[in-house]
Design a protein around this ligand. Structure first.
Ligand SMILES: [Zn+2]
Length: 331
C-alpha cells in the first residue's frame, strides 16, 4: 500500500508484554564506534570493511532503555490522536575551512531539504535502481517490491528556517573534539527545531545524531551532524544523494537501525521491518540474514547502511514510531 498517510495515530501504551530475554553477549565494538558515546549514532561509509557490531551502534541494553523511555512518555498521551508536525523547522549550520573547503552552497542545502521531503513522503519508493544509478547487481526483485509496497508517507515535512556559516579550520576538521562547544554555541530553537551541522568528519564517518529521549538532559546538544560531502552534489562516493541526512534524521525522530538486535526480538522495535543480522553494505537486494524469521532484509530501507542510491523508503511502522517519538518528546 503506497502513500499511506499517517493521520491520526492513536497512542498505544498497553502494559508491558514480558519481553523474551534478548540480551546477546556484548558485541565486539570496533574502534570507530568506541568514540561514539551513548545517545549518538553513527553511519559509517564502509560498514562491511570494518566489521560492524552485530546489533549496530547501540547495545541491546541502550535500545531497551530508549524504548522504555518512549513507552513511559506515551502513558499520559493514552487515547490521544498523535500526529506529525505541520512542518519541522530546520536550521543548517555550515562549518567550513578558511580555504573554502566544506562551504556548502545554499543551493545544495535547498536540495537536501527537497530530498528529505521526498524521502519522508514516500516519493522514492518504486524508483528503479537503474534510474538512480545503481548497477546491474541492484536490480529490483520481488522481495524489494514487496517491501516497497509498505512505503509510507510518514507525514513529516521539513522547512528551511535559517542557514548559519562559521569559518574555522579547527572546528571544520575537528568537529568531533569540539562538538559540544560548537553545538552549544550555534544551536537554535527548542525540541521541535532540527539543527543540522555540516563539517569534515574524516574517513569512515558519514554522520550521527542524538535521539529525542536525549533532549531533556542535553537540549543544547540535540541535532544531526553530517559530513559536508554527503549533501546532494557532494563528492562522497556512493553517499552523495543526501540520504545520510535522511537516515540521521530517522534517528533524531527515534528510529533504530533495521539491524538493531540482529535476528533477536525485539529487533528494531518496528513490526513491519524484517529482522536483519547485520548492516547491509552496497545494495545486496534479496539478502536474507535471518532465514528463520519472515521477510528478506530491509536493504532498501533508509535505516540501513546501504548506498544512497539503494535506499528508497520508510515503512508505515517506522512512520508511526516517529510520530510517537514526536508526540512524546518534541511536540
Ligand atoms: Zn544510523
Amino acid at each position: 500500500m503506497c502513500g499511506f498517510a499517517l493521520t491520526g495515530v492513536v497512542a498505544t501504551t498497553a502494559p508491558d508484554a514480558v519481553e523474551p530475554a534478548h540480551m546477546r553477549p556484548a558485541p565486539v565494538v570496533p574502534a570507530e564506534f568506541e568514540k561514539c558515546p551513548p545517545g549518538m549514532e553513527m553511519r559509517v561509509s564502509d560498514p562491511g570493511g570494518a566489521g560492524p557490531p552485530e546489533s549496530g551502534a547501540l547495545t541491546p541494553e541502550q535500545a531497551d532503555r530508549y524504548h522504555r523511555q518512549l513507552r513511559d512518555a506515551l502513558v499520559p498521551l493514552r487515547g490521544q490522536q498523535l500526529e506529525p508536525p505541520h512542518t519541522v523547522p530546520v536550521v543548517v549550520h555550515v562549518i567550513s575551512a578558511e580555504d573554502g573547503s566544506g562551504d556548502v552552497s545554499d543551493e545544495r542545502i535547498h536540495e537536501q531539504i527537497d530530498v528529505l521531503n521526498t524521502a519522508y513522503s514516500g516519493g522514492y519508493a518504486g524508483v528503479t535502481a537503474q534510474e538512480v544509478g545503481v548497477g546491474e547487481t541492484a536490480k529490483r526483485s520481488a522481495g524489494v517490491k514487496a517491501a516497497e509496497e509498505n512505503a509510507a508517507d510518514t507525514g513529516f515535512r521539513f522547512e528551511l528556517a535559517e542557514i548559519t556559516r562559521t569559518v574555522d579550520d579547527d572546528w571544520f576538521t575537528g568537529f568531533d573534539q569540539h562538538r559540544d562547544t560548537i553545538r552549544a554555541r550555534l544551536r537554535q530553537g527548542g525540541a521541535e527545531t532540527l539543527n543540522i551541522y555540516t563539517a569534515d568528519l574524516g574517513p569512515g564517518l558519514l554522520g550521527y545524531s542524538t535521539f529525542p529521549q536525549d533532549y531533556k538532559d542535553k537540549p543544547e546538544q540535540d541535532g544531526v551532524v553530517v559530513a559536508h560531502d554527503t549533501l546532494p552534489g557532494g563528492d562522497r562516493d556512493r553517499f552523495n544523494l543526501g540520504h545520510t541526512g535522511t537516515h540521521e534524521i530517522g534517528h533524531w525522530l527515534g528510529l533504530f537501525h533495521t539491524f538493531q538486535n540482529g535476528c533477536t526480538p525485539p529487533g528494531d522495535y518496528v513490526d513491519d521491518t524484517p529482522y536483519e543480522r547485520e548492516a547491509a553494505s552496497g545494495c545486496p537486494v534479496d539478502r536474507d540474514t535471518c532465514p528463520d524469521e519472515p521477510g528478506k532484509d530491509a536493504v532498501t530501507n533508509f535505516m540501513n547502511y546501504s548506498d544512497d542510491a539503494c535506499m528508497t523508503h520508510f515503512t508505515e511502522g517506522q512512520g508511526r514510531r516517529m510520530v510517537e517519538h514526536w508526540a512524546a518528546f518534541r511536540s
